[in-house]
Design a binder for this molecule. Structure first.
Ligand SMILES: C[S@@+](CC[C@H](N)C(=O)[O-])C[C@H]1O[C@@H](n2cnc3c(N)ncnc32)[C@H](O)[C@@H]1O
Length: 353
């Protein structure tokens, strides 16, 4: 039997799944999207980095392109944001096609190398697209001639300075070699101690960015890469064996999480702090309460105090730029309901760290 590997685990689920996710989730993310849009328009940044950009449900990409910002979309699932972006570029309403690249303030060719100006007005043309537009029924974009330019920049990387990624790869090898589930945990606990020195940066210069979004990304650090670890262990040792040993394994798992989680969170905030200009801003949102599907009680999400402590090491909180962001947002997602808190963060001076 071939065991699962980390690269496969992070493979995006394909175009059909993307459309389904959009159908199911885009409404849930509307408030988050509006908040990011409001903050973006209050700040008018020249460049923006969206970490955990994923399906772009919460990213007002159209506004970023129209205003001509340099955009970096970061997600560790390869090609996911490229696919979502292709879907967003052109929309159709009652037979009229609209391409948001055609509405950018600056050179549209940075966003699509095939852009060609119209020789008639959009009114005469009866479409809001350029003269290269050819309707496509098969490519992910509605325009057959859409071709990526140099902007946005897509970065398929881990947002924890590579710590979650390297941990998952090493644990993956351990599982392949180990004779028992307990041996995996013992080795993983040794490995996690070495991660602190590990730090892989995004290909973005230090102190070069005006605006960063980290929307609902840290909420996932509680589940990844453990989800992968659990799946691969069940594959290798069998679900029955893992269940039989649950009592013995649970304390190991809890210890592992309690060490790994803050390392991942710290890597994330340290990297955002590194790339931000001194007067830059972060939009940060996180699930604070969760109500599982078919359950009528709310749970407080674990580790919030630890996260706030780590944020405070690198950032100040800004409740002035958009005071309404202080109010929590309620979201319905597939696995239940969430209360989400959003914050604007300002980097602390490097001499204060
Ligand atoms: C809950 S989603 C946020 C919403 C997302 N913008 C969307 O519209 O789908 C979190 C995103 O962060 C990504 N992510 C989670 N952990 C990550 C990590 N360590 N490094 C990079 N991306 C990560 C996931 O792949 C996912 O796309």
């Amino acid at each position: 039997m071939t065991l699962l590997n980390w690269g496969e685990y992070l493979t995006h689920p394909g175009e059909a799944a993307l459309s389904k996710c959009r159908e199911n989730c885009s409404n849930s993310f509307i408030n988050q999207r509006n908040r990011i849009r409001d903050l973006y328009s209050a700040l008018s940044p020249k460049n923006v980095v969206c970490i955990g950009s994923g399906y772009l449900n919460d990213i007002p990409i159209e506004d970023f392109v129209k205003a001509g910002s340099t955009i970096y979309l970061v997600d560790w699932v390869k090609d996911l944001s490229q696919l979502a972006y292709c879907k967003d570029v052109i929309t159709e309403c009652k037979g009229r096609y609209q391409c948001f690249i055609c509405q950018t303030k600056y050179d549209p060719r940075q966003y699509c190398t095939n852009y060609q100006e119209l020789d008639v007005s959009p009114k005469e043309h009866k479409q809001d697209v350029c003269s290269s537009f050819i309707k496509s029924n098969i490519s992910p974009s509605l325009c057959e001639n859409f071709e990526f330019g140099t902007n946005p920049v897509f970065i398929d990387m881990d947002a924890t300075q590579g710590r979650a990624d390297v941990f998952a790869r090493r644990v993956s090898e351990m599982i392949s070699r180990a004779k028992t589930p307990k041996a995996v945990f013992k080795n993983a606990l040794r490995e996690v101690g070495r991660l602190k020195q590990y730090s892989t940066c995004f290909p973005i210069d230090g102190q070069s960015v005006d605006f960063v979004t980290s929307s609902m990304v840290v909420s996932q650090f509680e589940f990844e890469p453990y989800g992968f670890m659990a799946k691969k262990m069940a594959q290798k040792f069998g679900t029955n064996e893992i269940n039989r040993m649950e009592k013995i394994l649970t304390p190991y798992m809890e210890k592992l999480r309690s060490i790994l989680f803050p390392l991942l969170v710290e890597g994330h905030f340290e990297e955002m702090h590194r790339i931000l200009q001194t007067d830059g801003r972060v939009y940060f949102s996180i699930e604070t309460f969760h109500r599982p599907k078919d359950y009528d009680r709310w749970f407080w999400c674990k580790n919030l105090d630890r996260i706030m402590e780590i944020i405070s090491k690198y950032f100040w909180f800004d409740f002035e730029t958009l005071p309404e962001l202080g109010n929590p947002d309620r979201m319905d997602i597939l696995e239940g309901k969430s209360i989400v808190s959003s914050y604007v963060l300002v980097p602390k001076s490097r001499t204060d760290l």
